[in-house]
Design a protein around this ligand. Structure first.
Ligand SMILES: [Zn+2]
Length: 270
């Protein structure tokens, strides 16, 4: 089995988690405040992923990875072409999530897709002052991205329907305008949480600050609201950087939350 793609099924939806960069062995303490530092056993594999979903025949990609080759290569192995993608849902605009949106010649990797992103995030990113302040290393890519996506975007805010089956949910904090996406299924919803959770500890203690969030307090508030919603709806949860493949559910026991990784009780579809 290809360890860069994990296929799954949830209540009528087929999906695939795609590894877009090799895992990074990190200490969770890098993200935690002084009060919450963990003991010796805190190292873990921080994954980098995108997600493909077949939503009743519509091809949906959630984030595009770091480069324009990895995700199309993985999609090819499940007989999906870049031209087939109908929707690209973006959680935020860090390079490991949007780097794959543009090919080397500057054109869009998913030419027929409607791209969806948070309104506040896009207004900030496309502001000439923001672009002017980017480093020399980042500036060319983001200038080309803003130009390529101009007129190809659906900008969403707060809680907004993208389609009948897909809802944009603003969950700001990791970055201004960071979004999560809730997909209707035949049963419990499927929710892609983007960079809301850098480690299962943030699911179990959603109020804890993630030190690398741009807006740590806003992120903590968003995470608390999101975690309660995910537990109440018994959602199938996906996260960009949770240990691969980063799929599970959140159980609520009194005021405690517990992350149950789906691979603990289920084999992948090979
Ligand atoms: Zn990320």
């Amino acid at each position: 089995m290809n360890d860069h793609i994990f296929r799954f099924h949830h209540e009528g939806i087929d999906g695939a988690v795609i590894r877009v960069l090799e895992d990074e062995i990190l200490s969770v303490n890098e993200f935690l405040s002084e009060d919450h530092q963990q003991g010796d056993t805190d190292e873990y594999a921080f994954a980098y992923t995108s997600c493909y979903l077949n939503v009743y025949g519509r091809h949906v990609l959630i984030d595009a990875g770091f480069d324009p080759d990895t995700v199309p290569g993985a999609l090819e192995s499940i007989d999906v072409l870049p031209e087939d993608i109908n929707w690209v849902l973006l959680t935020h605009a860090d390079r490991d999530h949007v780097g794959g949106l543009l090919m080397g010649n500057g054109s869009l990797t998913y030419p027929n897709a409607q791209h969806v992103i948070g309104k506040a995030l896009w207004e900030d990113l496309s502001n000439p002052e923001t672009l002017a302040a980017l480093s020399d290393e980042r500036s060319p890519f983001f200038r080309r991205l803003v130009a390529a996506l101009d007129g190809r975007l659906q900008l969403c805010d707060e809680e907004e329907a993208v389609t009948e089956d897909i809802t944009f949910l603003l969950s700001s904090g990791h970055r201004l305008g960071h979004a999560v996406y809730e997909i209707k299924t035949q049963g419990t919803p499927l929710v892609h949480t983007g960079d809301s959770y850098f480690h299962p500890l943030f699911i179990e203690s959603p109020a804890w600050i993630n030190r690398v969030d741009s807006l740590p307090d806003v992120g903590s508030n968003s995470r608390q609201r999101l975690t309660e919603r995910l537990a109440q709806t018994a959602a199938c949860v996906l996260g960009s950087h949770l240990p691969f493949p980063g799929i599970g559910t959140i159980l609520r026991d009194g005021s405690d939350y517990r992350w149950v990784s789906r691979t603990e009780h289920e084999r992948p579809i090979s």
